[in-house]
Design a protein around this ligand. Sequence first.
Ligand code: GMT
Length: 379
Amino acid sequence: MKIGIVCYPTFGGSGVVATELGLELSKRGHKIHFITYNQPVRLELLGNNVHYHEVNVPEYPLFHYQPYELALSSKLVDMVKLHKIEVLHVHYAIPHAYAAYMAQKILMEDNIYVPIVTTLHGTDITLVGSHPFYKPAVTFSINKSDAVTAVSKSLKEDTLRLFDIKNEINVVTNFIDLNKFKHDFTDCQRGMMARDDEKIITHISNMREVKRIPDVINTFYNIQKEIPAKLMMVGEGPEREPAERQCRALGISDKVVFFGNSNQIDRILCFTDLFLLPSETESFGLSALEAMASGVPVISSNTGGIPEVNLNGFSGYLSDVGNVDEMSKKALYILKDESVLNTFKNNAKAQASKFDILKIVPEYEAIYEATLSKCLKLS
Ligand code: GMT
């Protein structure tokens, strides 16, 4: 199949999922065309079956806002015609589903029908999309998609609660390429980051308010009062600077490393003992899954789709949003006893294997095929 994938190319769960999906589909013989404004961050290899087409938005000083949707729609029209793309899979409703719908209409003028599969990722529904300024357009684009998927049961429920949806929503969970977390390097180089007696705690996110970064720091503060420990903070975002200030105020700056964005997540997780994800809301929590795939237990909040990923008392623990005391106690329970820690590490890996890319990608293939044949029947 020839599949066009539209996503945000930045560090963020939806772009990572779209990129990994495209790469796996290409291995399975499909021709993949990524169409976006920058080469996606995890798209290192462009090969025979993987192509990247950049959407350019010419700057025009008259426009206060440059019309990205318009440029994207036009690019989609051109790429569908040029590469005979059969399905457009758009990740993130805003503005991708909307732009794809316009492209579909334009192509119909030339008797070309390209079905649209829209995948909802979370922030496009819970944080941004349901805002009254966007809601009618988001509802319309979801209802007009030929197929809609959500990355967790919880996100499907949120979408049905927040929008007037007439379309069926299929739950296709996020996934993980377990091979990428089987390290080909034998030494994690843990010694570079911490002493042998220190435990390593990690948090990875784009450091926005929704991630509750102060809870990460406060939980670590409680942990390091009782056991020797280091905190790895990975990612960039508006909450990074306040977090650095918080560490200085608490007197723990020497125990916290701020990495910024990294393409070496597997290496960082390789030497990590515990992962923290205390988010306010999270439709899935891909970073927690990546940690678990590396055999790292997760202390998280119990919000949104996280309980579908992190199993309480098995791969880690879940607490109410903001319950830093409980998160700290649970973290210490896991970290203080080597045999408990090892059990949780093994369990985390076992739980992650339920989201194996090889199990989930066929679900998307089935959706593409069903959507294509439904559209062919109708035409
Ligand atoms: O959470 C973010 O900051 C990024 C956001 C995105 O849109 O890329 O992540 C959302 O999609 C991810 C991939 O499906 C999910 O794992 C995240 O849980 C979800 N974020 C939220 O719901 C806050």
